[in-house]
Ligand binder design. Structure first.
Ligand code: GTP
Ligand code: MG
Length: 273
């Protein structure tokens, strides 16, 4: 008789998790999931209506993981449907299109929507975020480069991947790392494990690189008023050089930012008596 009984699973070995996809409409959320689960790509755009739901099983180390995937519609029209689904999530696939700057700029608004719907007791710290810079196959149209995306993600302690649902590049690696991180989180008492990348540069460095990228001229880049003296320019330069020197700073984009600061200083000093 006992042989007909369902085998009892070893306690602690199986795990059920919930992951959701997030990001603007048309960035490729559904295609990323389809590429991983069904190994195919659909080039025709079929907008997700509200939510698509699927279940899959994966193996992480000695654990069998049952994954409930909620693929969300990115269109603002579906906000009322989405907001039911944020709670009890262990992992988020946060997607933007590298050829659509708007979709990258919208990432903060997506985090804000989730935070708002989780309410005052919701905790975003215990969720694994995998940021996908998608459609990298469309290199010609790319307007958000890797260092900008990586900096945004890693300065928040999120994972970052360059992906193409069309070619499959980066997709398996993203899901594997994502699931391992979620299992690590569950085994770590629900706290996001500190990744090497998130610990390796400071918020000040990340903010400074972002500020330098967005500066409108050399004065602005060095953070001095137009018409500042040689001393003021040199002082500002030294401060930035210490913060961003490639020997000291490993934040994505730091090398370019350092070079830009060197060039800005040279250009300004040429014209100051
Ligand atoms: P919503 O469901 O409306 O939120 O959109 P979505 O983010 O799920 O986008 P979807 O996966 O439906 O893809 C939108 C369009 O982009 C489709 O025409 C896809 O074929 C195309 N697409 C998705 N991923 C890629 C990619 O990596 N490369 C290229 N070239 N096209 C892609
Ligand atoms: Mg979709």
């Amino acid at each position: 008789m006992e042989t007909n009984m369902p085998k009892r699973k070893e306690p602690g070995k199986s795990l059920r998790i919930k992951v959701i996809s997030m990001g603007n409409a048309e960035v490729g959320k559904s295609c990323i999931i389809k590429r991983y689960c069904e190994k195919r790509f659909v080039s025709k755009y079929l907008a997700t209506i509200g939510i698509d739901y699927g279940v899959t099983k994966v193996q992480v180390r000695d654990r069998e993981i049952k994954v409930n995937i909620f693929d969300m519609a990115g269109h603002p029209f579906f906000y009322e449907v989405r907001n039911e689904f944020y709670k009890d999530t262990q992992g988020v696939i946060l997607v933007y299109d590298v050829g659509q700057k708007d979709s990258f700029d919208a990432l903060d608004a997506w985090l804000a929507e989730m935070k708002q719907d989780l309410g005052p007791h919701g905790n975003m710290e215990n969720i694994v975020f995998a940021v996908c810079a998608n459609k990298i196959d469309c290199a010609k149209h790319r307007c958000v480069d890797e260092s900008e995306g990586r900096l945004w993600a890693e300065s928040r302690g999120f994972l970052y991947f360059e992906t193409s649902a069309q070619t499959g590049e980066g997709i398996n690696e993203m899901f594997q790392t994502f699931y391992v991180s979620i299992v690590d989180l569950c085994e770590n008492g629900g706290k996001r494990p500190i990744t090497n990348s998130s610990a390796s540069f400071t918020k000040e460095q990340a903010d400074t690189i972002r500020r330098i990228r967005n500066s409108k001229d050399s004065w602005d880049m060095l953070g001095v008023k137009p018409g500042a003296s040689r001393d003021e320019v040199n002082k500002a330069y030294r401060k930035l050089a210490v913060l961003l020197h490639p020997d000291k700073c490993v934040a994505p984009g730091s090398e370019d930012a350092f070079k830009a600061v060197v060039n800005a200083r040279t250009a300004l000093l040429k014209n100051i008596k």
